[in-house]
Design a protein around this ligand. Structure first.
Ligand code: C2E
Ligand code: MG
Ligand code: MG
Ligand code: MG
Length: 291
């Protein structure tokens, strides 16, 4: 404290913390108002099948905040999860997907699938199933074209209710994917007890395919596991053709990543800003150096 600039530094540091805290509080407190004010938007990221054909999209939420600009879910979903308001966000997402699905379907002659993310809180909040059931019915959406992505940690956090809701959604005809698979530090035994259709390999492993033999090993092990349990595999975070080739060689079913498209707003999709037919061609000869 005896040094003048020491004190100055201290003041700046603490005011940055206060700013940060204020921002968090402001964001957290305005979630419900933001729903009312239509500040949330769904962005869609394309997924391709093994031939490069457009399979569908993952819906990813963005908050067009009047003061802070575009906020990513990584910033506000954890806060919404803490306060329980994520349940309101999820309902908004389900509704939005149901509304936008009709326009999305105009992009292809074959049925397109849309997946959306559930959080831990959703898996223990009453009426999730009823809400999905009613909303899909109201908008005449075929449940076969809807997929729910759940992380294994969210699932395991409240296993019994999660299992109940997931089973109901599955019986309705929706698909279930385990998101960020391989990062949850859990035993694998639960896999035989739950209704799951797809494992999504976490992007961390995909990212390291080029550089780490251990990540390649984890990736191929997850794919083998999925195949032996007759689950489909979706790889996310694909950014290079080297990663794509390696995944194709292992028999990965679905492909998602910046290599094909970033998540983009519906209006950009409808304006054909993405050339997605096909997302890649079958004749890809890039090979990984596995030495
Ligand atoms: P996630 O479900 O695992 O989604 C994948 C994230 O990876 C997305 O980030 C996506 O934009 C990003 N990504 C996709 N491909 C690539 C790639 O090639 N390279 C890189 N570097 N990143 C890629 P985003 O949109 O920021 O979402 C982050 C997380 O927020 C999601 O992870 C999901 O857990 C959560 N989230 C997003 N939307 C919702 C939502 O509507 N509800 C809930 N509950 N959670 C959501
Ligand atoms: Mg996801
Ligand atoms: Mg993921
Ligand atoms: Mg993630």
């Amino acid at each position: 404290r005896s040094k003048a600039n020491g004190r100055g530094t201290y003041t700046m540091f603490s005011s940055a913390l206060i700013q940060d805290y204020k921002r968090k509080l402001q964001i957290s407190n305005s979630i419900l108002k933001a729903i009312e004010n239509n500040e949330f938007h769904l962005y869609y990221q394309a997924k391709a099948d093994v031939h490069g054909k457009l399979y569908g999209f993952e819906a990813l939420i963005r908050w067009h905040h009047p003061e802070f600009g575009v906020l990513s879910p990584g910033e506000f979903i954890p806060m919404a999860e803490q306060s329980g308001k994520v349940v309101d966000i999820t309902r908004w997402v389900i509704k939005r997907v149901a509304i936008e699905m009709e326009q999305i379907q105009t992009l292809a002659a074959h049925p397109l699938h849309v997946s959306l993310n559930l959080s831990a809180h959703d898996l223990r909040s009453a009426d999730l199933f009823e809400y999905v059931n009613q909303t899909l019915y109201q908008h005449a959406i075929n449940p076969n074209n809807i997929e729910f992505e759940v992380t294994e940690s969210a699932y395991l956090e409240s296993f019994d209710t999660a299992n109940e809701y997931i089973t109901q959604l599955s019986e309705l005809g929706c698909s279930i994917a385990l998101d960020d698979f391989g990062t949850g530090y859990s035993s694998l035994s639960y896999l035989t007890q739950i209704k799951v259709d797809t494992l999504k390999i976490d992007q961390q492993f995909v990212k390291e395919i080029d550089s780490s033999s251990r990540s390649r090993l984890v990736t191929s092990t997850i794919i083998d596991l999925a195949k032996s349990l007759q689950l489909t595999i979706c790889a996310e975070g694909i950014e290079s053709t080297v990663q794509q080739s390696y995944l194709k060689e292992l028999g990965c079913d679905y492909y998602q990543g910046y290599l094909y498209s970033k998540p983009i707003p519906l209006r950009s999709l409808l304006a054909k800003e993405l050339d997605f037919a096909p997302l890649f061609t079958d004749t890809n000869t890039t090979e990984i150096n596995t030495q």
